[in-house]
Write a protein that binds this ligand. Structure first.
Ligand code: PLP
Length: 340
Protein backbone atom coordinates (compact mmCIF):
# COMPACT_ATOMS: atom_id res chain seq x y z
CA UNK A 1 0.00 0.00 0.00
CA UNK A 2 1.35 3.41 -0.97
CA UNK A 3 3.94 1.91 -3.31
CA UNK A 4 2.83 2.31 -6.90
CA UNK A 5 6.06 2.41 -8.87
CA UNK A 6 9.65 1.74 -7.73
CA UNK A 7 11.10 4.98 -9.15
CA UNK A 8 8.89 6.93 -6.75
CA UNK A 9 9.00 4.57 -3.79
CA UNK A 10 9.76 0.99 -2.82
CA UNK A 11 9.37 -0.80 0.54
CA UNK A 12 12.99 -2.08 0.65
CA UNK A 13 14.38 1.32 -0.29
CA UNK A 14 12.08 2.94 2.30
CA UNK A 15 13.41 0.54 4.96
CA UNK A 16 16.99 1.56 4.16
CA UNK A 17 16.01 5.24 4.29
CA UNK A 18 14.44 4.72 7.74
CA UNK A 19 17.62 3.03 8.99
CA UNK A 20 19.95 5.70 7.58
CA UNK A 21 17.75 8.46 8.99
CA UNK A 22 17.54 6.85 12.42
CA UNK A 23 21.33 6.80 12.70
CA UNK A 24 21.45 10.61 12.62
CA UNK A 25 18.06 11.63 13.96
CA UNK A 26 17.21 12.95 10.49
CA UNK A 27 15.37 11.83 7.37
CA UNK A 28 17.22 10.12 4.53
CA UNK A 29 16.48 10.07 0.81
CA UNK A 30 18.51 7.48 -1.05
CA UNK A 31 19.89 7.52 -4.58
CA UNK A 32 21.51 5.15 -7.06
CA UNK A 33 25.07 6.50 -6.47
CA UNK A 34 26.88 9.05 -4.34
CA UNK A 35 27.14 11.33 -7.38
CA UNK A 36 23.39 11.04 -7.90
CA UNK A 37 22.95 12.11 -4.25
CA UNK A 38 25.19 15.17 -4.69
CA UNK A 39 23.47 16.08 -7.97
CA UNK A 40 20.04 15.63 -6.39
CA UNK A 41 21.07 17.92 -3.54
CA UNK A 42 22.08 20.66 -6.04
CA UNK A 43 18.88 20.21 -8.02
CA UNK A 44 16.85 20.34 -4.81
CA UNK A 45 18.26 23.53 -3.28
CA UNK A 46 19.69 25.57 -6.20
CA UNK A 47 18.45 27.45 -9.23
CA UNK A 48 20.15 29.36 -12.07
CA UNK A 49 22.07 32.35 -10.67
CA UNK A 50 22.95 30.60 -7.38
CA UNK A 51 26.49 29.89 -6.24
CA UNK A 52 27.99 26.85 -4.48
CA UNK A 53 31.04 27.22 -2.30
CA UNK A 54 32.91 23.94 -2.13
CA UNK A 55 36.05 22.70 -0.34
CA UNK A 56 39.15 22.77 -2.56
CA UNK A 57 39.91 19.15 -1.68
CA UNK A 58 36.94 16.93 -2.54
CA UNK A 59 36.27 13.82 -4.56
CA UNK A 60 37.09 14.57 -8.25
CA UNK A 61 33.57 13.67 -9.40
CA UNK A 62 32.11 16.44 -7.21
CA UNK A 63 34.33 19.02 -8.93
CA UNK A 64 33.40 17.60 -12.35
CA UNK A 65 29.64 17.70 -11.81
CA UNK A 66 29.68 21.25 -10.42
CA UNK A 67 31.96 22.62 -13.13
CA UNK A 68 30.96 20.63 -16.17
CA UNK A 69 27.26 20.02 -15.59
CA UNK A 70 25.72 22.58 -13.23
CA UNK A 71 27.69 25.55 -14.60
CA UNK A 72 25.98 24.92 -17.97
CA UNK A 73 22.67 25.58 -16.23
CA UNK A 74 23.74 28.85 -14.62
CA UNK A 75 24.83 27.58 -11.19
CA UNK A 76 28.38 28.72 -10.45
CA UNK A 77 30.83 27.04 -8.11
CA UNK A 78 34.07 28.05 -6.49
CA UNK A 79 36.54 25.92 -4.62
CA UNK A 80 38.34 27.30 -1.57
CA UNK A 81 40.39 26.09 1.32
CA UNK A 82 37.50 25.63 3.75
CA UNK A 83 40.04 24.69 6.43
CA UNK A 84 41.07 28.36 6.51
CA UNK A 85 38.18 30.26 8.22
CA UNK A 86 39.03 33.73 6.87
CA UNK A 87 39.52 32.57 3.25
CA UNK A 88 36.30 30.66 3.60
CA UNK A 89 34.24 33.61 4.86
CA UNK A 90 35.68 35.93 2.19
CA UNK A 91 34.69 33.50 -0.57
CA UNK A 92 30.99 33.54 0.37
CA UNK A 93 28.99 35.69 -2.06
CA UNK A 94 25.50 37.19 -1.79
CA UNK A 95 24.29 34.51 -4.23
CA UNK A 96 25.90 31.61 -2.28
CA UNK A 97 23.06 29.23 -1.41
CA UNK A 98 24.99 26.07 -0.65
CA UNK A 99 28.27 25.42 1.13
CA UNK A 100 29.52 21.90 0.48
CA UNK A 101 32.41 20.57 2.52
CA UNK A 102 34.09 17.20 2.68
CA UNK A 103 35.77 16.39 6.00
CA UNK A 104 38.03 14.46 6.13
CA UNK A 105 38.60 15.31 2.49
CA UNK A 106 39.32 12.80 -0.23
CA UNK A 107 42.26 12.17 -0.65
CA UNK A 108 44.49 14.39 1.56
CA UNK A 109 42.40 13.94 4.75
CA UNK A 110 42.33 17.73 5.28
CA UNK A 111 39.65 18.66 7.82
CA UNK A 112 37.14 21.51 7.87
CA UNK A 113 35.71 22.76 11.17
CA UNK A 114 32.03 21.86 10.75
CA UNK A 115 30.75 24.25 13.44
CA UNK A 116 32.71 27.19 11.96
CA UNK A 117 31.48 26.30 8.45
CA UNK A 118 27.88 26.12 9.70
CA UNK A 119 28.08 29.54 11.30
CA UNK A 120 29.70 31.11 8.16
CA UNK A 121 27.08 29.51 5.90
CA UNK A 122 24.16 30.49 8.14
CA UNK A 123 25.35 34.09 8.50
CA UNK A 124 25.13 34.28 4.69
CA UNK A 125 21.72 32.57 4.52
CA UNK A 126 23.19 29.44 2.89
CA UNK A 127 22.76 25.75 3.72
CA UNK A 128 25.74 23.75 4.97
CA UNK A 129 26.09 20.26 3.50
CA UNK A 130 28.77 17.85 4.73
CA UNK A 131 29.97 14.89 2.70
CA UNK A 132 30.48 12.43 5.57
CA UNK A 133 31.45 9.48 3.37
CA UNK A 134 34.92 9.03 4.94
CA UNK A 135 33.69 8.61 8.54
CA UNK A 136 29.93 7.92 8.55
CA UNK A 137 27.69 8.54 11.54
CA UNK A 138 29.68 5.87 13.41
CA UNK A 139 32.60 8.32 13.79
CA UNK A 140 31.29 11.84 13.06
CA UNK A 141 27.84 13.44 13.43
CA UNK A 142 27.76 16.66 11.35
CA UNK A 143 24.21 17.61 12.44
CA UNK A 144 25.42 18.00 16.02
CA UNK A 145 27.85 20.71 14.82
CA UNK A 146 25.16 22.65 12.95
CA UNK A 147 25.15 21.07 9.46
CA UNK A 148 21.81 21.21 7.63
CA UNK A 149 22.48 18.37 5.21
CA UNK A 150 24.65 15.24 5.27
CA UNK A 151 25.63 13.49 2.04
CA UNK A 152 26.90 9.95 1.51
CA UNK A 153 28.30 7.72 -1.10
CA UNK A 154 26.90 4.55 0.51
CA UNK A 155 29.10 2.67 -1.99
CA UNK A 156 31.87 3.08 0.60
CA UNK A 157 31.73 2.31 4.34
CA UNK A 158 27.95 2.27 4.69
CA UNK A 159 27.52 -0.80 2.51
CA UNK A 160 31.15 -1.66 3.11
CA UNK A 161 31.65 -4.80 1.05
CA UNK A 162 32.49 -3.53 -2.46
CA UNK A 163 29.23 -4.89 -3.83
CA UNK A 164 26.95 -1.92 -4.59
CA UNK A 165 26.88 1.70 -5.66
CA UNK A 166 24.53 4.01 -3.81
CA UNK A 167 24.08 7.38 -2.20
CA UNK A 168 21.97 9.22 0.34
CA UNK A 169 21.15 12.76 1.41
CA UNK A 170 19.99 13.35 5.00
CA UNK A 171 18.26 16.48 6.21
CA UNK A 172 15.96 17.70 8.97
CA UNK A 173 14.31 20.56 7.11
CA UNK A 174 11.03 19.47 5.54
CA UNK A 175 11.30 21.84 2.53
CA UNK A 176 14.69 20.34 1.56
CA UNK A 177 13.35 16.81 2.02
CA UNK A 178 10.29 17.48 -0.08
CA UNK A 179 12.49 18.79 -2.92
CA UNK A 180 14.85 15.81 -2.62
CA UNK A 181 11.98 13.35 -2.92
CA UNK A 182 10.57 15.30 -5.85
CA UNK A 183 13.95 15.22 -7.67
CA UNK A 184 14.45 11.53 -6.84
CA UNK A 185 11.26 10.67 -8.68
CA UNK A 186 11.32 13.36 -11.38
CA UNK A 187 14.88 12.59 -12.55
CA UNK A 188 14.64 8.86 -11.87
CA UNK A 189 17.81 8.40 -9.83
CA UNK A 190 16.42 6.27 -7.01
CA UNK A 191 18.30 3.39 -5.38
CA UNK A 192 17.64 -0.11 -6.71
CA UNK A 193 15.83 -2.32 -4.16
CA UNK A 194 18.45 -5.07 -4.36
CA UNK A 195 21.29 -2.61 -3.71
CA UNK A 196 19.19 -1.09 -0.92
CA UNK A 197 18.82 -4.53 0.65
CA UNK A 198 22.58 -5.19 0.47
CA UNK A 199 23.27 -1.72 1.89
CA UNK A 200 20.85 -2.34 4.72
CA UNK A 201 22.61 -5.61 5.51
CA UNK A 202 26.01 -3.88 5.46
CA UNK A 203 24.71 -1.22 7.84
CA UNK A 204 24.20 -3.84 10.58
CA UNK A 205 27.97 -4.11 11.11
CA UNK A 206 28.86 -0.44 10.45
CA UNK A 207 29.93 0.50 14.03
CA UNK A 208 32.10 -2.62 14.48
CA UNK A 209 33.65 -2.23 11.05
CA UNK A 210 34.39 1.47 11.55
CA UNK A 211 36.10 0.79 14.88
CA UNK A 212 38.26 -1.92 13.40
CA UNK A 213 39.06 0.14 10.27
CA UNK A 214 40.23 3.01 12.50
CA UNK A 215 42.24 0.77 14.86
CA UNK A 216 44.09 -0.86 11.99
CA UNK A 217 44.56 2.43 10.10
CA UNK A 218 46.22 3.82 13.25
CA UNK A 219 48.67 0.93 13.30
CA UNK A 220 49.38 1.15 9.57
CA UNK A 221 49.84 4.95 9.77
CA UNK A 222 52.35 4.57 12.62
CA UNK A 223 54.24 1.89 10.72
CA UNK A 224 54.38 4.04 7.56
CA UNK A 225 55.46 7.11 9.53
CA UNK A 226 58.45 5.22 10.89
CA UNK A 227 59.51 3.89 7.48
CA UNK A 228 62.59 5.59 5.96
CA UNK A 229 61.10 5.41 2.45
CA UNK A 230 57.97 7.30 3.48
CA UNK A 231 58.29 11.09 3.36
CA UNK A 232 54.92 12.04 4.92
CA UNK A 233 51.77 10.37 6.26
CA UNK A 234 48.40 12.13 6.41
CA UNK A 235 46.21 10.52 9.06
CA UNK A 236 44.00 12.40 11.57
CA UNK A 237 44.94 9.95 14.36
CA UNK A 238 48.67 10.79 14.24
CA UNK A 239 50.32 13.34 16.55
CA UNK A 240 52.01 14.79 13.47
CA UNK A 241 48.64 15.54 11.82
CA UNK A 242 48.43 19.37 11.72
CA UNK A 243 44.70 19.45 12.56
CA UNK A 244 44.76 16.86 15.32
CA UNK A 245 42.92 19.13 17.80
CA UNK A 246 40.06 19.59 15.36
CA UNK A 247 40.00 15.85 14.68
CA UNK A 248 39.63 15.22 18.43
CA UNK A 249 36.83 17.78 18.67
CA UNK A 250 34.62 16.56 15.85
CA UNK A 251 35.59 12.93 15.19
CA UNK A 252 35.39 9.88 17.43
CA UNK A 253 38.46 8.39 15.79
CA UNK A 254 40.86 8.91 12.89
CA UNK A 255 38.85 6.78 10.46
CA UNK A 256 40.07 4.09 8.10
CA UNK A 257 41.56 6.27 5.35
CA UNK A 258 45.11 7.52 5.11
CA UNK A 259 47.38 9.02 2.47
CA UNK A 260 51.14 9.13 2.17
CA UNK A 261 54.03 10.38 0.05
CA UNK A 262 57.03 8.22 -0.72
CA UNK A 263 60.57 9.55 -0.70
CA UNK A 264 60.99 8.62 -4.37
CA UNK A 265 57.85 10.50 -5.52
CA UNK A 266 55.77 9.23 -8.46
CA UNK A 267 58.20 6.49 -9.53
CA UNK A 268 58.30 5.04 -6.04
CA UNK A 269 54.50 5.21 -5.83
CA UNK A 270 54.05 3.29 -9.09
CA UNK A 271 56.58 0.75 -7.92
CA UNK A 272 54.73 0.27 -4.62
CA UNK A 273 51.37 -0.18 -6.30
CA UNK A 274 52.80 -2.76 -8.69
CA UNK A 275 54.41 -4.72 -5.86
CA UNK A 276 51.61 -5.00 -3.29
CA UNK A 277 49.79 -8.33 -3.24
CA UNK A 278 47.20 -8.11 -0.48
CA UNK A 279 46.27 -4.45 -1.05
CA UNK A 280 44.18 -4.21 -4.23
CA UNK A 281 44.71 -1.37 -6.70
CA UNK A 282 41.21 0.10 -6.96
CA UNK A 283 39.16 3.31 -7.24
CA UNK A 284 36.80 2.38 -4.42
CA UNK A 285 37.30 2.89 -0.70
CA UNK A 286 35.63 1.94 2.55
CA UNK A 287 35.48 -1.79 1.89
CA UNK A 288 36.42 -4.88 3.88
CA UNK A 289 39.48 -5.29 1.64
CA UNK A 290 42.45 -2.92 1.79
CA UNK A 291 42.39 -0.77 -1.35
CA UNK A 292 45.29 1.29 -2.67
CA UNK A 293 44.74 4.21 -5.07
CA UNK A 294 46.77 6.75 -7.02
CA UNK A 295 44.46 9.82 -6.74
CA UNK A 296 46.18 11.96 -9.42
CA UNK A 297 45.49 9.42 -12.16
CA UNK A 298 42.38 7.76 -10.74
CA UNK A 299 39.83 9.36 -8.39
CA UNK A 300 41.04 12.95 -8.93
CA UNK A 301 41.91 12.68 -12.62
CA UNK A 302 38.99 15.02 -13.59
CA UNK A 303 40.63 17.95 -11.72
CA UNK A 304 43.14 20.03 -13.77
CA UNK A 305 46.74 19.14 -12.74
CA UNK A 306 47.65 22.63 -11.49
CA UNK A 307 44.59 22.89 -9.26
CA UNK A 308 45.16 19.38 -8.00
CA UNK A 309 48.73 20.19 -6.98
CA UNK A 310 47.70 23.51 -5.41
CA UNK A 311 45.26 21.57 -3.23
CA UNK A 312 48.04 19.24 -2.06
CA UNK A 313 47.04 16.30 -4.27
CA UNK A 314 50.58 15.73 -5.52
CA UNK A 315 51.43 13.27 -8.29
CA UNK A 316 53.21 11.08 -5.74
CA UNK A 317 50.34 10.85 -3.23
CA UNK A 318 49.14 7.32 -2.44
CA UNK A 319 45.74 6.76 -0.80
CA UNK A 320 45.08 3.72 1.33
CA UNK A 321 41.66 2.51 2.43
CA UNK A 322 42.59 0.23 5.30
CA UNK A 323 40.48 -2.92 5.33
CA UNK A 324 39.53 -5.50 7.92
CA UNK A 325 42.42 -7.88 7.34
CA UNK A 326 44.85 -8.55 10.21
CA UNK A 327 46.94 -5.39 10.69
CA UNK A 328 50.16 -7.46 10.57
CA UNK A 329 49.19 -8.80 7.13
CA UNK A 330 48.63 -5.31 5.71
CA UNK A 331 51.89 -4.06 7.21
CA UNK A 332 53.78 -7.09 5.93
CA UNK A 333 52.41 -6.52 2.41
CA UNK A 334 53.50 -2.86 2.49
CA UNK A 335 56.89 -3.78 3.99
CA UNK A 336 57.50 -6.32 1.24
CA UNK A 337 56.45 -3.86 -1.51
CA UNK A 338 58.48 -0.97 -0.06
CA UNK A 339 61.64 -3.04 0.19
CA UNK A 340 61.26 -4.62 -3.26
N1 PLP B 1 31.86 11.52 -2.07
C1 PLP B 1 33.06 11.00 -1.77
C2 PLP B 1 33.82 11.52 -0.59
C3 PLP B 1 33.60 9.98 -2.58
O1 PLP B 1 34.81 9.48 -2.27
C4 PLP B 1 32.86 9.52 -3.71
C5 PLP B 1 33.39 8.45 -4.57
O2 PLP B 1 34.54 8.06 -4.50
C6 PLP B 1 31.62 10.09 -3.97
C7 PLP B 1 31.13 11.08 -3.14
C8 PLP B 1 30.80 9.64 -5.15
O3 PLP B 1 30.18 8.44 -4.86
P1 PLP B 1 29.77 7.32 -5.95
O4 PLP B 1 31.05 6.75 -6.49
O5 PLP B 1 28.97 6.34 -5.14
O6 PLP B 1 28.97 7.99 -6.99
Amino acid sequence: KGFTYTRSGNPTVAALERQLGALEDATAVSFCTGMAAISALCLAVLKAGDHVLCSDVVYGGTVRVLREVFERFGVTASFVDTANPSLFRDAIRPETKLVLIETPANPTLKLTDIAAAASAAHDAGAWLAVDNTFLTAAAQQPFSFGADIVVYSTTKYIEGHNTTVGGAVLARDETILEQLRFVQNAIGISQSPFDAWLTSRGLKTLPSRMERHADTANKVARYLESHPKVAQVHYPGLDSFPQQDLAKRQQQNGGGMLAFELVGGVEAGINLMNKVKLCALAENLGAVETLITHPASMTHGPIPAEERRAAGITDGLVRLSVGLERPEDIIQDLEHALSA
